[in-house]
Design a protein around this ligand. Structure first.
Ligand code: NAD
Length: 358
């Protein structure tokens, strides 16, 4: 049976970068791979078409799909909408609806782009980290939360950090299994010296680790992890952490790789059904100009084949093709050095497809 892919281009540059992803899918389909795809709306585009950022038609298609490819949502056109109709609500809605609790973000430093990074080449050369962030729990969702007035009349805001043992167990399993497929090293990041939530986190991760004796587990406090990531990032392979720490550390790690236009991500459910998207936003400043770098999107397609379809071979081919076009010196504006010639979205997508054909 064909694997069903739902494509949600989203807003602004979304449809430009997604057109390049479709070229790769079409090539694989021509080669006989059992895949098919349909398109849907999410975010502002969904509001425009159907009056809601995550409308019922998209919900249905998303539930029926084996994997979802997303561009990016949001932008100035939608900034004045009421909160519940804002494009970001579409992303939160689909994540929640599909139970996407595990966010995977690789940070890879391409040698050809080392000049674009603000780090010294020797610090990042060969860097290849995978950050796993729990996506549906923690202080972002804990109750109670809100605003109140203290007894002495001051306004006060409060949130609740919260994890249950099963929530930690399921992300820990994903992390140990990811480590097994890589260099068999896992670093769990918490703040166990201060937070009860982190004490439980560390206990549970350690307990789950007993089922993966082939993976070397270490624990690190989040403040130290933030320092180590910029000091000696290559000491890490797979990092697993909670929602808020992961939010911050994964953005920090993305800077190691040089450009936002190069980084893919995956959000998985318990059955490895996933939503795949570049980490960048909808880039309204360059939308409609054919300038957007499609490589983060193509690398998201690679992640889809690896994690949802168990086809590391196709994933490796896409990654190798991306590597090849970079080695050839092809650059979109965001990854070009001053004076270097620049190509557009379509030419970059075509170059990757040509490399895939070779
Ligand atoms: P952004 O990532 O869209 O853009 C930041 C800068 O990076 C811009 O200068 C942009 O031109 C550049 N850039 C981004 N992607 C690029 C690419 N593929 N190729 C070349 N250059 C690229 O972040 P922003 O400007 O803060 O946000 C714009 C909109 O996107 C906002 O509405 C924001 O809420 C939304 N957003 C959405 C997502 C998502 O859908 N997951 C993520 C982040 C931001």
């Amino acid at each position: 049976m064909n694997k069903k892919i739902l494509i949600l281009p989203g807003d602004y540059i979304g449809s430009e970068i997604m057109a390049e992803a479709v070229k790769v899918l079409a090539l694989f389909k021509d080669e006989g791979e059992p895949i098919e795809w349909t398109f849907g709306h999410l975010g502002g585009a969904a509001y425009d078409a159907e009056g809601h950022p995550y409308p019922p038609s998209t919900q249905q298609a998303a539930r029926a799909a084996d994997a979802i490819l997303m561009g990016a949502v949001g932008g100035p056109k939608y900034d004045a909408l009421p909160r519940e109709l804002r494009p970001e609500r579409g992303i939160l809605g689909i994540r929640k609806d599909l139970g996407l609790f595990a966010n995977l973000r690789p940070a890879l430093a391409y040698e050809a782009l080392s000049a674009a990074s603000s780090f010294k080449p020797e610090v990042i050369a060969g860097l290849d980290i995978l950050i796993l962030r729990e996506l549906t729990g923690d202080i972002y969702f804990g109750e109670p939360r809100g605003r109140r007035t203290t007894a002495d009349g001051h306004a006060e805001g409060y949130d609740t950090m919260h994890y249950s043992a099963p929530e930690v167990e399921r992300i820990a399993h994903v992390a140990f299994q990811a480590a097994q497929k890589r260099s068999k090293r896992l670093c769990s990041v918490d703040k166990e010296n201060v937070l009860e939530t982190s004490r439980l986190w560390r206990e549970v991760v350690t307990r789950v680790g007993a089922q993966y004796p082939d993976v070397a587990l270490e624990h690190m406090y989040v403040d130290n992890a933030a320092m180590q990531l910029v000091k000696r990032p290559k000491q890490f392979d797979v990092i697993v952490t909670g929602n808020i720490f992961g939010d911050i550390l994964s953005d920090e790690a993305s800077m190691l790789a040089g450009s936002i236009g190069m980084l893919p991500s995956a959000s998985l459910d318990v059955n490895n059904k996933g939503l795949y998207e570049p980490i960048h936003g909808s880039a309204p400043d360059i939308a409609g100009q054919g300038k957007a770098n499609p490589l983060a999107t193509l690398l998201s397609v690679a992640m889809m084949f690896k994690y949802s379809f168990d086809r590391a071979d196709l994933s490796d081919r896409i990654e190798a093709a991306v590597q090849q076009v970079l080695d050839q010196g092809l650059r979109t504006g965001d990854i070009a050095q001053p004076g270097e010639p620049v190509i557009g979205t379509v030419a970059m997508g075509d170059a990757v497809v040509a490399a895939l054909r070779r």
